[in-house]
Design a protein around this ligand. Structure first.
Ligand SMILES: [Fe+2]
Length: 152
């Protein structure tokens, strides 16, 4: 069977990853609740849509690009958690450190899956998306989020 049709590894890994992310979401909700912070739905930044514009359109190419972008998002999360941790109270610092550990695992998972489903070497795609991502993160942004550009 062509690898494109064998999505077993993808489904298994992503299902676990999604469950873990939802667990984190629930933990965040509990902390927000305990601290008396009102839950608000915040519109997303343009971070992911910006990278989406550079993704290829054929299904398998799109999957590989999405997985590469997934890996980059996780890596950027690691960077942001590690910068924030020294400035947080003990409860949040411990929680964020646990998130950082998960995100670094997710980074590896996404990259492994991208390599599994790619039909050719993905180095040039990784280079392209890290460049696009880095340019976005270092440019002025109008929305302040975990993955935003620079705020003035
Ligand atoms: Fe993650």
């Amino acid at each position: 069977m062509h690898r494109y049709f064998d999505r077993g590894a993808l489904v298994k890994k992503m299902s676990r990853l999604a469950r873990e992310e939802l667990k984190h979401y629930e933990l965040v909700l509990a902390i927000i609740n305990r601290r008396g912070i009102e839950y608000k739905n915040l519109p997303s930044s343009n971070y992911v849509p910006h990278m989406r514009r550079y993704m290829r359109s054929l299904p398998l190419d799109l999957l590989v690009d999405e997985l590469i972008v997934g890996a980059i998002i996780e890596a950027r999360s690691c960077e942001r958690f590690s910068i924030l941790i020294p400035h947080l109270d003990e409860e949040l610092a411990t929680f964020y450190a646990s998130l950082l550990a998960s995100e670094s695992r997710h980074f590896e998972d996404y990259l492994t899956l991208a390599r599994t489903y790619a039909t050719e070497d993905i180095t040039s795609r990784i280079k392209l998306f890290t460049k696009i991502e880095s340019e976005y993160i270092n440019a002025p942004d109008s929305v302040f989020r975990f993955h935003s550009g620079i705020m003035n």
